[in-house]
Design a protein around this ligand. Structure first.
Ligand code: NDP
Length: 249
């Protein structure tokens, strides 16, 4: 990646981070920027995109993206001009939980589309530029739920497990071209996504984490910076578990 002698420096890299408004994606964007990358963070609204630029500061960008839409991905890429991303973090994700017998078709489709098909769209969109540059880093946000399953999350578990297979397949396709493709599987991380969980359930989950605490977005962002960095040049097709020991594959 970069010529900088610092193994963790991202100077000269352009990082596209989907869902960079809040939670894990916001912290990944912050930390990639702190490591020297120029960051393009996405939000689902113009206000959110403006907030990303205010947060990250000059030299970075906020863009609107619906990761579930081909047209939106095309519009995003068209707007980047010659700023071809050398790092892609597929972080955008949603949950629409329900037991299978109550799960509506749109809840299945929306979660698969936003959490899994989005990675197909975005990887395809950035890959040509990475192949040309003969370097790149792709990081897909999976979940412990994609490994262990979770009752009431059939759609989410399918999408997150699908991302792991996709990560390995794409890693094989591009390994010889200086491009790595890896997944991060966070455990229970305190963000808006988990804020809706009942207090009793939160207590039960946190009680079952060997590290004795919930994870933070920074715990996950640190893993993303590593995988994006020159230090991780020989790591590809891997799943990095960031879960305080909750699940060990
Ligand atoms: P949050 O709910 O806090 O944030 C979700 C982010 O995704 C927001 O930036 C949101 O943008 C964006 N987003 C939602 N829908 C779309 C869409 N259609 N197109 C583009 N962007 C979209 O989630 P977390 O930070 O908790 O999770 C981030 C990722 O990590 C997800 O993929 C999630 O599945 C995964 N994960 C989270 C865990 C946790 O415990 N929190 C555990 C394991 C995995 P906006 O603000 O504009 O709505």
């Amino acid at each position: 990646m970069s010529n900088d002698s610092n193994l963790f420096s991202l100077d000269g890299e352009i990082a596209l981070v989907t869902g960079a408004t809040r939670g894990i994606g916001a912290e990944i964007a912050n930390q990639l920027a702190a490591a020297g990358a120029e960051v393009i963070g996405t939000a689902t609204t113009p206000d959110g995109a403006g907030e990303i630029v205010r947060r990250l500061g000059d030299g970075h960008a906020g863009r609107v993206l619906d990761a579930g839409s081909d047209q939106s991905v095309q519009a995003l890429m068209g707007g980047l001009g010659n700023r071809a991303p050398t790092i892609l973090v597929n972080n955008a994700g949603i949950a629409r939980d329900n037991l299978l017998l109550r799960m509506k078709p749109q809840d299945w489709q929306q979660v698969i589309n936003t959490n899994l098909s989005s990675a197909y769209r975005l990887c395809k969109a950035v890959l040509r530029g990475m192949l040309k540059a003969r370097r790149g880093r792709i990081i897909n946000l999976s979940s412990v739920v994609g490994m262990a399953g979770a009752a009431g999350q059939g759609n989410y578990a399918a999408a997150k497990a699908g991302l792991l297979g996709f990560t390995r397949a794409l890693a094989l396709e591009v390994a010889g071209r200086g491009i790595t493709v890896n997944a991060i599987a966070p455990g229970y991380i305190e963000t808006d996504m988990t804020a809706g969980v009942s207090a009793a359930r939160q207590e039960a989950v946190i009680g079952s984490i060997p590290a004795g605490r919930a994870g933070t977005p920074l715990d996950v962002a640190a893993a993303a910076v590593f995988l994006a960095s020159p230090a991780a040049a020989y790591v590809t097709g891997a799943t990095l578990h960031v879960n305080g020991g909750l699940w060990m594959g």
